[in-house]
Design a protein around this ligand. Sequence first.
Ligand SMILES: Nc1ncnc2c1ncn2[C@@H]1O[C@H](COP(=O)(O)OP(=O)(O)OP(=O)(O)O)[C@@H](O)[C@H]1O
Length: 253
Amino acid sequence: MNKVIEIENLSAGYDHKKVLRDVCLTVYENDFLGIIGPNGGGKTTLIKVILGLLKPLEGEIHFFREGKPVEEIMMGYLPQYNAIDKKFPISVYDVILSGLSRKKSMFKPFSSEHHDRVGEIIKRMGLQGKEKKAIGQLSGGQIQRALLGRAIVSNPEVVILDEPNTYIDQRFESRLYEILSEINKERAIILVSHDIGTVVSNVKTIACVNETLDYHPGAEVTAEWLEEKFECPIELLGHGELPHRIIKKHQHV
Ligand SMILES: Nc1ncnc2c1ncn2[C@@H]1O[C@H](COP(=O)(O)OP(=O)(O)OP(=O)(O)O)[C@@H](O)[C@H]1O
């Protein structure tokens, strides 16, 4: 299988404070990688480096298309909900359309194909009738659906989602994972989530980020592995038909 992203010995941080060190990771076409880890462990920082929003302090990141090295690849990004300015006066339609900005030259209008594609995505996200609403008028779950639409509208080569299900209701959550598994037939997905149960039941491989990165080739992780990586106790619960793991209340010393 071809690789799309290769990270070698990466260190990253802010104002010379290292948040990540010696991270190595390869993402392949059709990967569905779940990134888990404790609060402040560096998950979002890793995503920022992959997206080119933060320069690494050390190490390298390489991109590939059909197995050949390229300068950059198309990535669709769903940011964490709290990173969104909900007061920004932009409609649902325009949020999704903005995901196509890089598909056209700056001075040209969007084409009718672009608008058709936005219409398709609005249907897929169950946002019909909400097109003209400002994002500030939507519920948290609806905002996240609009942002997911923006992340996938351009058919990016890799889709990166940072906590996509924070406000998504249960009904749309199963639809969300259906949509992701459809996308995953053709694209790699990187999913950051605190919900370990959801991660292990949907992804193909897992990375735990806690300053360093531990890669698990497969989604079957044990509570012991998680406890070791999170440095805190994890409880294994029966949750419907799926094992569900939660982090027990604990204090870091
Ligand atoms: N812009 C920033 N400037 C300075 N420090 C930052 C900045 N962003 C994050 N940090 C710090 O870097 C560390 C890692 O943060 P990061 O957001 O990557 O963690 P995370 O694993 O995504 O956390 P969470 O699960 O809470 O979202 C934290 O200690 C955080 O305070």
